[in-house]
Design a protein around this ligand. Structure first.
Ligand code: NDP
Length: 250
């Protein structure tokens, strides 16, 4: 086992941790020596590939299925991790989806699905893990929000509302949890090269890139390293929204 990081013997749960940004976060934390439990919803193959990849550098990851929209699933996940590993030090709420449509054409299902996954999902996982962290009097939670929660975007009223909600959730929970030595922060990526942004048509991508001072989308690892910083050296940081957006603002 890799044994030289800030996170030796720490236990981390990453929702949606088996692919995209979540997989990079899983790898980054495992590189620091953490025992990482990467939750996934449907894609078992990606989860298995990640376990192999992390094993290659001597890290430890275990993949557990569970739908963040189902409170029972998240409770079971937290209980399983606690009984297998004894504690949960880090929770990264990363699972998220888009279901874009112009608002006039958006149906209740488009709205509910995105709010359920991207916002209610964070309630479910956090509510399940917090009693464990409170008992330990120690913990760090990082919620993956988005620049879209800060500036809005055409066709993303549902996504933007959910991600703005994540920022409010973060700030309020940080107030409540500081006395338990539990820090709560949000990371707001701009546009990142993942399956989620592959769906954006090339001409729109070009327009977006022209608005990013750094002239490119982020790589997943750049978001993951920010999360690593928050859960390792960022010991006096709580209630913050950390922008990882290449200088892109409204
Ligand atoms: P991907 O689509 O690549 O990965 C999404 C992950 O979330 C997958 O592991 C997926 O698991 C999991 N997931 C989806 N629904 C559920 C669910 N109901 N329960 C549990 N897991 C679920 O997305 P990204 O890596 O691009 O995005 C990760 C996060 O970053 C999201 O919250 C997203 O909103 C945010 N973000 C992304 C940006 C980007 O440009 N890509 C920019 C800003 C924020 P499975 O495949 O098994 O279903």
């Amino acid at each position: 086992m890799y044994n030289k990081g800030y996170l030796n013997d720490k236990v981390a749960v990453v929702t949606g941790g088996s692919k995209g940004i979540g997989a990079s976060i899983t790898e980054e934390l495992a590189q620091e020596g953490a025992i990482v439990i990467a939750n996934y919803n449907k894609d078992l193959k990606k989860a298995e590939e990640l376990v192999e990849k992390v094993k290659e550098f001597g890290g430890y990851v275990s993949c557990l299925p569970g739908d963040v929209t189902d409170e029972e699933h998240m409770l079971r996940l937290a209980e399983t991790v606690k009984s297998r590993f004894g504690r949960i030090d880090i929770l990264v709420n990363n699972a998220g989806i888009t279901q874009d449509k112009i608002f006039s054409k958006m149906e209740a299902n488009d709205w509910n699905k995105v709010i359920d996954t991207n916002l209610n999902g964070i309630y479910n996982s956090t509510h399940s893990v917090l009693p464990i962290m409170k008992e330990q009097k120690e913990g760090s939670i990082v919620n993956i929000s988005s620049i879209i929660g800060q500036m809005g975007a055409v066709g993303q009223v549902n996504y933007s509302a959910a991600k703005a909600g994540v920022i409010g959730f973060t700030k309020s929970l940080a107030h409540e949890m500081a006395r338990y030595n539990i820090r709560v922060n949000a990371v707001c990526p701009g546009f990142v090269n993942t399956a989620m942004t592959e769906k954006i048509p090339e001409n729109i991508k070009e327009k977006l890139v022209s608005k990013i001072p750094m002239g490119r989308f982020a790589e997943k690892e750049e978001v993951a390293k920010t999360v690593r910083f928050l859960v390792t050296e960022g010991t006096y940081i709580t209630g913050q929204e950390i922008n990882v957006n290449g200088g892109m603002y409204m």
